[in-house]
Design a protein around this ligand. Structure first.
Ligand code: PEP
Ligand code: MG
Length: 584
C-alpha cells in the first residue's frame, strides 16, 4: 500500500476518466489469466497445453537455426542450452506439475504453469545454490514462453483481472492492449509509449482511458492501491484523497452528459456551414467496435486495420477464418463500403506468429512491413486477398495496400489480386461481380513525393498521416522520449499531405485521410481547407469532428490553409490553426 496522494504526469492518449485499483503488470510478463475449468473441459485444456508445448519446441527449433550463425563455442553453448530447454518441454517437473494442476485443481493451463513455476522457484531459492539459481532462470524462461503461447490462443478473451482494475505497466504492446476487456479494465497507465502509436490507437478503439509516457510511475504504485487515470489531461493520481475522488466522479458525470449531447448529432447531416457535404468514415481495429461504428452515423469504414486477425495467436489465420470475420463486418455495415487494409504488421505492431515465421525484419519500422511482407510472402497475401474477395460478395469492399513506396508494388499486388479473383471464379466461389477498387496508403514520404505516378496505378488514396509524420521527421511514433517532437503540423508533413491530395485531385481519384489527425477537431478546418472531403477516424471522435465541421465555411478554411502552407515554422502554423478555430 502506497501512502498519501501522489500525482504523476504523462500523455493523455485515450480520453475519459478511469477510477479503480492498481493491477501492476510485471515488465515483460503477460497478464496471466486465472479461471476454473469444468470437469468436462479438462481434456481440452490439457490439449491446449500440449499445443503450446509443441509450438515452444518449434520456436526452439528456430532459435537453433539462428544459433548456427554464432561464432565457434558460442554456438555450442547455445545448443547445449537449447537441448536443456527441449528436455524441459518434453518431460520435466514444470510440465508434469502443470498437467497435474489442470487435472486435479481444474484450473486453466497458463495459471497452472504459473503456479508450478512459483513453487519450483521458491524451492530452488530456498537451497541457496548458484547452479540451481541459474536453472531456475532457465525454467522461468521456458514457463514464460509457454504462458506466452497459451495467452496467444486464449479459450476466453477476458482475463480474470478484477473488475475496475487499472493496469499499470512498463509498457503494453498493441497486441496486449487488444486483449483488454473494457468491461473489466477501467483504464491503464504506462511508462513507455507515444500518443500516435498503435497502443494508444487500440486504447481509443476500446474507449479505455489511458495515460502513457509517465517515467516515474512504477516507483509510486503497489497492487491494490486506489488510482485515477485522467486520459484527457494526462494525469495519474495514486491514493487519491476523498476530495479528489469526488471531483473526478463529478467530472465523469459531466463527460457522460457531454457524450449524450454530442450523440444527438448522430443523425444530423455532415455538412459545413456553406452546405458542402463531408464524408465521415470509421477506422476499425477490432470487431467489437462494429456496434459503436453502426451507431456513429458513418458513410463506411475508411480503414479496417486487419492486423487484429493475426495478433494474439500462435499461427496465421486461414482463408476461411479471415473470410468469416470480414463477412460479418461487411454485412454489419449494411451496404456502406468497407475499406480493408491488407496486413500491416511492423514497427511496434507485432504478431508473434509472423515474427516466428519470417524473422526480425517483420518488426522493424524500416523492414519487411506492410506491402513488403505481402509481396515477399505471397502465400500469406493471397490467402488474405481471397478472404477479402469472398467477403466482397456480401457488400461493397475496397482493398487498401499499406506502406506502398513504388508503382511496381501496386502493379504486382494488382496482378496477384486479379489472379486470385480469376481462381475463385473458376472454382465457382462467390465474389463481387467487379473487382474491388484497389487503393494505397500514402504514408511513406517517397510515396507522397511520387503521388502523381502512384495516382496512375491506384484507384484511390488514403493518407496515413501517422506514419507520414513518423517517417518524414524520423520520429518513432511509439517512443515517449521523442513524443514532444512528433508534429503533424510540421511544414514538411503538411506539404507532403498537400502534394498527395493534389495529385489525387489531378488524377481524379478519391482521396481520404485516415491518420489520427483526421479525428482531431483542431485540424478539421485545415484538412477541409486542403481539399479533403473524406475523413476516417475512430468512431468515438466522429461527433466532435462533425460538430466542428458544421461551423466551418469552406472558402474561409481554404484561405486560411493557403496562409498556413506559406509558413516555414510549425509554431506559427499551430498558432494560425488555433486562431482560426477560435473564430468559430
Ligand atoms: C497511418 O499511418 O496514418 C495509418 C492510418 O496507419 P497505421 O496508424 O495503422 O500505421
Ligand atoms: Mg500507417
Amino acid at each position: 500500500m502506497t501512502a498519501g496522494e501522489i500525482v504523476f504526469k504523462g500523455m493523455g492518449v485515450s480520453p475519459g476518466i478511469g477510477i479503480g485499483q492498481v493491477h501492476v503488470r510485471e515488465s515483460g510478463a503477460v497478464i496471466v489469466p486465472e479461471y476454473k475449468i469444468p470437469a468436462s473441459g479438462i481434456k481440452k485444456e490439457l490439449a491446449r497445453l500440449k499445443a503450446a508445448l509443441t509450438l515452444a519446441r518449434r520456436q526452439i527449433g528456430h532459435l537453433r537455426t539462428k544459433a548456427k550463425a554464432l561464432p565457434g563455442s558460442a554456438a555450442d553453448d547455445m545448443n547445449e542450452l537449447l537441448d536443456a530447454y527441449v528436455q524441459m518441454l518434453t518431460d520435466s517437473r514444470l510440465v508434469r506439475g502443470a498437467m497435474r494442476r489442470i487435472t486435479d485443481e481444474g484450473i486453466n493451463a497458463e495459471y497452472a504453469v504459473n503456479e508450478e513455476l512459483g513453487d519450483i522457484s521458491a524451492a530452488f531459492a530456498a537451497m541457496d545454490d548458484d547452479y540451481l539459481a541459474a536453472r531456475a532462470g532457465d525454467i522461468r524462461e521456458i514457463a514464460n514462453r509457454l504462458i506466452g503461447n497459451l495467452v496467444k490462443s486464449p479459450t476466453k478473451s477476458t482475463t480474470q483481472t478484477p473488475k475496475g482494475s487499472i493496469i499499470v505497466a512498463e509498457e503494453l504492446t498493441p497486441a496486449d492492449t487488444a486483449q483488454l476487456d473494457p468491461s473489466r479494465i477501467a483504464g491503464f497507465a504506462t511508462v513507455g509509449g507515444g500518443a500516435e502509436g498503435h497502443t494508444a490507437i487500440m486504447a481509443r478503439a476500446l474507449a479505455i482511458p489511458a495515460v502513457l509516457g509517465s517515467p516515474d510511475l512504477l516507483h509510486g504504485v503497489a497492487n491494490g492501491d486506489a488510482i485515477i487515470v485522467d486520459g484527457d489531461k494526462g494525469r495519474i493520481v495514486v491514493n487519491p484523497s476523498p476530495a479528489t475522488i469526488a471531483a473526478y466522479e463529478k467530472r465523469k458525470t459531466e463527460l457522460l452528459g457531454d457524450a449524450r449531447r454530442l450523440n444527438r448529432l448522430r443523425n444530423q447531416p455532415s455538412i459545413t456551414s456553406d452546405g458542402t457535404r463531408i464524408g465521415l468514415q470509421a477506422n476499425m481495429e477490432l470487431p467489437v467496435q462494429l456496434a459503436m461504428i453502426g451507431q456513429a452515423g458513418v458513410t463506411g469504414i475508411g480503414l479496417l486495420r486487419s492486423e487484429f486477425m493475426f495478433m494474439n495467436r500462435p499461427d496465421i489465420p486461414s482463408e476461411d477464418e479471415q473470410f468469416k470475420v470480414l463477412k460479418a463486418i461487411v454485412e454489419g455495415m449494411g451496404g456502406h463500403p468497407v475499406t480493408v487494409r491488407t496486413l500491416d504488421i511492423g514497427g511496434e505492431k507485432i504478431a508473434a506468429s509472423l515474427l516466428d515465421k519470417f524473422g526480425d525484419s517483420v518488426s522493424s519500422a524500416l523492414g519487411l512491413r506492410g506491402i513488403r511482407l505481402s509481396l515477399a510472402h505471397t502465400d500469406v497475401f493471397e490467402t488474405q486477398i481471397k478472404a477479402i474477395l469472398r467477403a466482397s460478395a456480401f457488400g461493397p469492399v475496397r482493398i487498401l495496400l499499406p506502406m506502398v513506396s513504388s508503382t511496381v508494388e501496386v502493379r504486382r499486388a494488382r496482378d496477384i489480386i486479379k489472379k486470385a479473383a480469376s481462381r475463385l471464379k473458376r472454382h465457382k466461389i462467390a465474389i463481387a461481380d467487379t473487382l474491388p477498387p484497389i487503393g494505397i496508403m500514402i504514408e511513406v514520404p517517397g510515396a507522397a513525393l511520387s503521388a502523381d505516378a502512384l495516382a496512375q496505378v491506384a484507384d484511390f488514396f488514403a493518407v496515413g498521416s501517422n506514419d507520414l509524420t513518423m517517417y518524414t521527421l524520423a520520429i518513432d511514433r511509439s517512443d515517449e522520449q521523442v513524443a514532444g517532437l512528433y508534429n503533424p503540423l510540421h511544414p514538411a508533413v503538411l506539404r507532403l499531405i498537400q502534394f498527395s491530395s493534389e495529385a489525387a485531385f489531378r488524377a481524379n481519384i478519391p482521396v481520404s485521410i485516415c491518420g489520427e489527425m483526421a479525428g482531431d477537431p483542431r485540424y478539421t478546418a485545415l484538412l477541409l481547407g486542403l481539399g479533403f472531403r473524406e475523413l476516417s477516424m475512430t468512431a468515438s471522435s466522429i461527433p466532435r469532428v462533425k460538430r466542428r465541421l458544421m461551423e466551418i465555411d469552406i472558402e474561409a478554411a481554404k484561405a486560411r490553409a493557403q496562409v498556413i502552407m506559406d509558413q516555414m515554422d510549425s509554431g506559427r502554423i499551430s498558432m494560425l490553426v488555433e486562431d482560426f478555430n477560435a473564430l468559430a
